[in-house]
Design a protein. Structure first.
Length: 173
């Protein structure tokens, strides 16, 4: 934040190093620049500077706030479910992939994700993180992760609703 030009310079060097390593190991490099952040990388030119690389991210922003990224052919976005199911359904109707976290502990065996959510197919987003390999217009189902979050769910201190969806639900007729 204090020196964005230097950061982008170092980031570019790391990308070149990743390309060299991937070439030596005969792998295909992919980059997910936002792990815990939601930086709008399409604004900085770094993705455009590496058009041969596949970039991908999750984002909480709406498509209208990510137009610069949606225009980049090598940058794939998965939108995150927020609080309102109707907003998420609208994203799905518009053809976007949306990640939805369900109230299933990733630590409990035998608890599966639902097959569909509000009529939309749910794919297991926990099988791998390469979201760009999944089709658009589907729900990427995720189980709740983290010991604190799972403890809160078990103790009833984590409310189902908002971003956390119930495993079993019914659409009102």
């Amino acid at each position: 934040m204090s020196n964005p030009d230097k950061f982008l310079e170092l980031f570019d060097e790391e990308i070149h190093g990743l390309k060299r390593l991937a070439e030596r190991k005969q792998l295909i490099p992919v980059i997910r620049p936002n792990g815990t952040s939601d930086v709008k990388w399409g604004r900085y030119g770094i993705i455009q500077a590496h058009p041969s690389l596949q970039w991908y991210d999750y984002t909480k922003y709406r498509p209208s706030d990510r137009r610069e990224a949606l225009l980049l052919p090598n940058y794939d976005l998965t939108f995150s479910h927020r609080k309102c199911p109707s907003d998420t359904v609208k994203l799905l109707e518009d053809g976007y992939r949306v990640a939805v976290t369900f109230a299933a502990s990733s630590r409990r065996k035998g608890v599966e994700l639902p097959e569909e959510w509000y009529g939309w197919p749910v794919l297991n987003g926990d099988l791998h993180d390469l979201t760009f390999k999944h089709p658009q217009g589907v729900v990427l189902g995720l189980k709740l992760k983290g010991m604190k979050a799972n403890r809160k769910l078990k103790d009833g201190r984590l409310k189902i609703g908002g971003f956390l969806q119930p495993l079993e639900w019914r659409v009102a007729a």
